[in-house]
Each structure stands twice: as C-alpha cells, then as structure tokens.
Design a protein around this ligand. Sequence first.
Ligand code: DGL
Length: 269
Amino acid sequence: MKKNQPIGVFDSGLGGLTVLKALMELLPQENTVYFGDSGRAPYGSKSPETVVKYSLQNVRFLLEQHVKMIVIACNTASSRAYDAIRAMTGVPVVEVIGPGAAQAAAATRNGRIGVIGTRSTVESQVYPRTIREQADSVRICQQACPLFVSLAEEGWWDQPVTREIARIYLKPLLDSHIDTLVLGCTHYPLLSRDIISVTGPDVRLVHAGQAVASVVRQQLASLALLNDGSRDGEHQYFTSDSVDQFRTLGSAFLQQPIEQACRIDIEQY
Ligand code: DGL
C-alpha cells in the first residue's frame, strides 16, 4: 500500500460530503475518491440485507480505484454493513457511529441525549448501545426523520418547509429536555441551520465529521500511510444518478467547485 493512494468514501448520496469536507480540512494532502449512491437513495428505509448488498457493491467499486482505506460516510451503512465490509476487504475501514457516540457522551451535561437518524439506524439501536458503553446512566430519546434525507438531496436547506418538518420531528426530543442532539445521519448537517432554528442555541448538535476525520488521521498514521506530500490532494467524485444535481449541490455544500463528477453503473459491481 502506498501513501499517495486515495481514501475511498461512500454514502447513499450527498450526505457523506459532510464527512469528506471534514477530511479535506484536516488532511488536505490526501487524495480522495467519493461515491454517492443517489440513484438508490434513501438507504434508511431499505431492509438491512439491501443496505449490506448496496454497501458491498460500493466498496467493490472503491477498491477498484485502489483506495488505501474505506470511510463509510453513512450511518445507515455503518450500522448495518460494517462487519460485512470488514470481512470483505483487507484495507482499513472507518465508520461514523463510534466517533459521534463518544462525542455525545462527553458533551451532555444533564444526561439527556437525543438521536435523530434514518429509520434503519434508529431501529438498529446502535446509538443507544454505543453511547451507553461510554455513559451508562444517560437517557436517550430517538427519532427517525426520514424526510430530512430527501430534503437534503433536493437542496432544500434554509427553507420554511424544512423548518416546519423539523419542528414536528424534534418536538418529542425537546419535550424530553435533551441538551445534546446527535445528527445520526450524514445528510442532516446539511440542514443544521434549520435544525438549530428549532432546538435553539442551548442544545449542542453533534455530527461526527470532524471526529471521523481524526480517527482517519490516527489510523493512517499508525499504519504509516499518511500522505505527507507537499501538494494538495486530488478529489474524484462518482455518483449513480444525475451528475448535474450532484455537482451543483455538492459544490454549494463543500464551498468549492466540483469541476467533474462521473456517473457510474453501480449494479455492475
Ligand atoms: N446519509 C445516510 C446516513 O447517514 C443515509 C441516508 C439515507 O440514504 O437514508 O444514514
């Protein structure tokens, strides 16, 4: 394995760009390959078997790009397919649940943590289990917010309709007096401002992007695989759906232009 091989990152769509952004900020020299499976999103309402199947196809595609590490930039895939992915590949695999859970356990002051995610992630109970490993007496209140993924994929952030939906989804959590809210889906940081407008500034939002980037740095360093070259990394983007939509919304979110993205037929993998 060579240091200048890229890091492979995948998600069901645009959401994983929230993790990629943190990676680019912390590790600017790293080359990356991003795959967003927008053509088959959302993953959060699919069966665990389908999520595993899709995730393994995504990983096969990334391995074909000679990646030195896989980052599962999707909570749903992390909760359902992590073990299957680890069993399939020899490269290190980083998931997003552990870092977010650790941050939430450390952040809460009143011991009441809210978790929002896709139906699949919420049903998997992975967050309550992982948070309680670090802080066993906390109260955890979960809420599935499936519409958030479509709103993010449509670029409907900072919109009244999004805030209204957020108000409905978040009410039970706010009624439980949470002081910390885990954005347990990588699409949700795209809607951060809408979510904060409902929670108010006193609820701490946790999204794992930066913590995941730190884990990536740590793991690459321990394997002597950190790219310590002097040039900025190159970034390649692939999607299973409209390239235009991916580039427009992706560029807005990353705050840098995605010059090129390629559409691939992921079913081949
Ligand atoms: N962004 C993904 C997650 O973190 C998946 C959202 C979806 O496709 O439902 O869960």
